[in-house]
Design a protein around this ligand. Structure first.
Ligand SMILES: Nc1nc2c(c(=O)[nH]1)N[C@H]1C(S)=C(S)[C@@H](COP(=O)(O)OP(=O)(O)OC[C@H]3O[C@@H](n4cnc5c(N)ncnc54)[C@H](O)[C@@H]3O)O[C@H]1N2
Ligand code: MOO
Length: 397
């Protein structure tokens, strides 16, 4: 049976996965990790009334708001002395200094004239000017991080300003990657006749590293039952998820599915997408196992569309819709197939408008256009779209 992409995703979402483990990391190393806890602000920010300028804190009077004021003292950032102004008094303050009780405005030093102990303002200040009031930026109790949220680099400063030195995050998921096939040779070795370089394993390992997992290189296994079993057993002992490519389809030299079935269970499916029709899911000694197709573009596309959501869940992360936008097509597209096509495309700009331009080469093995692609265009089954028609474009970078 050919399953729709959505039905396949729903099936994968229903697969039980082991709960992610939790570890503590220093705050500055937490960017890109998944928060294992909901974090709320413990402090008001700023925690006390503070000056936003180098200048003077004044206690205004209605009779003479521009002064003169009597200079009553001094406070710098870090001062801890509790001070108080009476109406008509001013305090020299530096940026970040705690403001004295009774302060009604801060006047930047460029806008005053000092005459001995007397301060004259160039103009009447606005009440509250340049005063950072406690909690005005952030109130204690405000949520800062949700459990399952990916921590952004630009959140680190805010978390540090709350006094947080370490965060509870989910341990990176260890994802083992293996390739199968007698034809495969390692990049770096001389190429023997009839053989090809293993493109899928380096590509998948790189995608996994970029996604914040802990990739484990399980190497290449030939089409041999004994070696496939040995590789899978050792992988299950050290990985949280195992991904293979090749041997997902109907070929004779397919030991992968038989080996997985012997060590656990496997369910093969066909998904109504091109590239990427053959796809299998199972478990090896209880460790989730995903079999991606061997054709290199099909392996990359099924990784992005099917494996990534499962890995995000295994990592404790919240579900996230793929980044997509609507773009007009530069040329007509015809998909006579019963499968939805995901076309590699580039983004072009014409007269200030962005368009999606599909590459001519769309073969499931044609890595050269994957290497240049900025977009994957989602073309419905049995559809003919004219030039200019809007299509859903998944953003690849
Ligand atoms: N009779 C049928 N044949 C095929 C069907 C089908 O439905 N009926 N499906 C085709 C589709 S679609 C795909 S995709 C491929 C997937 O097949 P497998 O997952 O079994 O993969 P293999 O047969 O092992 O390899 C396919 C192709 O990819 C090359 N390959 C494999 N691994 C790598 C790698 N790590 N790096 C680079 N290239 C790799 C392999 O040499 C083959 O050329 O099946 C179609 N056939
Ligand atoms: O997945 Mo295959 O690569 O559809 O052509």
């Amino acid at each position: 049976m050919l399953l729709s992409l959505e039905a396949m995703l729903a099936r994968l979402a229903a697969q039980p996965l082991p709960p992610p483990q939790v570890e503590s990391v220093p705050l500055q190393q937490a960017a890109g990790r998944i928060s294992a806890a909901t974090v709320v602000a413990a402090l008001d920010l700023p925690p006390f009334a503070a000056s936003a300028m180098d200048g003077y804190a004044v206690a205004m009077t209605t009779a003479a708001p521009a002064g003169p004021y009597r200079l009553a003292g001094y406070a710098a950032a870090g001062s801890c002395e509790a001070q108080r102004l009476e109406p008509g008094e001013a305090l020299r303050v530096l940026t970040g200094a705690p403001l004295p009780a009774g302060c009604t405005a801060v006047v930047p030093q460029e806008q005053v004239r000092c005459d001995g102990p007397q301060l004259h303002l160039h103009a009447s200040p606005q009440p509250g000017a340049h005063m950072r009031l406690p909690g005005s930026e952030l109130a204690a109790g405000t949520p800062l991080l949700q459990q399952g949220e990916r921590i952004r680099t630009l959140q680190i400063g805010l978390l540090a300003s709350q006094g947080i030195a370490a965060l509870q995050v989910y341990r990176r998921v260890r994802v083992g990657v293996l390739s199968s096939g007698n034809e495969l040779q390692q990049p770096g070795e001389p190429l023997a006749p009839g053989r090809i370089y293993d493109a899928n394993r380096p590509q998948l390992l790189a995608l996994l590293a970029q996604a914040g997992t802990d990739p484990v290189d399980l190497g290449t296994v030939p089409d041999d039952m004994g070696q496939t079993l040995a590789c899978l057993r050792s992988a299950a002992a050290r990985c949280d998820v195992i991904i293979s490519s090749g041997g997902a389809s109907v070929g004779d030299a397919d030991h992968m599915r038989a080996a997985v079935a012997q060590l656990g269970a496997i369910d093969s499916w066909r998904v109504a997408i091109k590239p990427g029709k053959p796809f299998a899911f199972g478990q090896v000694d209880g460790v989730p196992f995903l079999a991606l197709p061997g054709n290199p573009v099909a392996a990359a596309v099924t990784y992005l569309l099917l494996a990534q959501p499962l890995l995000r869940r295994a990592a404790g992360g919240m579900a996230a819709a793929p980044q997509a936008r609507q773009l007009p097509l530069t040329q007509p597209v015809h998909n006579p197939d019963e499968r939805r096509h995901f076309l590699r495309a580039r983004l072009v700009e014409r007269q200030g408008v962005q368009w999606a331009e599909p590459f001519a080469q769309q073969g499931s093995a044609a890595l050269s256009t994957l290497a240049q692609a900025a977009l994957l265009l989602d073309i419905p089954a049995a559809a003919t779209l004219p030039a200019g028609a809007p299509v859903r474009a998944l953003i690849l970078d």
